[in-house]
Design a protein around this ligand. Structure first.
Ligand SMILES: [Zn+2]
Length: 166
């Protein structure tokens, strides 16, 4: 099995599978290889371009099954053009960090009491011994955070994941 990138006389590029280069030559000579866009049988091999990290939406391994291989001696209708989608490249380190942040956040949320906007008040009460120490989380304005810090009350920002900011 061999895949050729083909281009028709009008410049439409498409790809097709053939049993081999001889099969391609034979079919092309007899006008059996047609452009799927305009139907032109005037096709030739296009320059091969490297494809990086290309994902196929449908049946990626189909061309490796015997049935597909047999059927593929006839030109295969190429898949519809793929629409672009937003993507991001995340390094393994970033992925790991993100997972750890999520774990930390989940641990905190699971083991601490959500006191919401009462956080500064609750943190103070614990700091000054009015309440028993426990794990809490909530919200604090920048001013509150500054004041708590100046009073020597220890707290840390709850990790925020990028997709939770809004
Ligand atoms: Zn064409």
């Amino acid at each position: 099995m061999i895949r050729y990138n083909l281009v028709c006389a009008k410049g439409h590029e498409f790809e097709s599978w053939f049993a081999g280069s001889a099969a391609y030559d034979r079919q092309a000579k007899r006008g059996l290889v047609e452009c799927p866009v305009c139907g032109s049988a005037k096709v030739e091999k296009a320059l091969m371009t490297p494809r990086l990290a290309r994902t196929r939406k449908s049946t990626p391994a189909a061309s490796e099954t015997p049935a597909a291989a047999a059927a593929a001696s006839e030109p295969v209708v190429p898949a519809a053009p793929e629409t672009p989608a937003p993507v991001a490249v995340i390094s393994p380190q970033e992925r790991e960090l993100r997972t750890k942040l999520r774990e930390l956040r989940e641990h905190l949320v699971k083991n601490a009491e959500n006191v919401g906007q009462r956080f500064p008040e609750e943190a103070r009460k614990m700091h000054y011994g009015e309440k028993e120490h426990r794990s809490i989380y909530g919200t604090a304005s920048p001013d509150d955070a500054k004041a708590l810090h100046e009073e020597g009350i220890e707290f840390a920002p709850l990790p925020v994941l990028p997709d939770e900011r809004n």
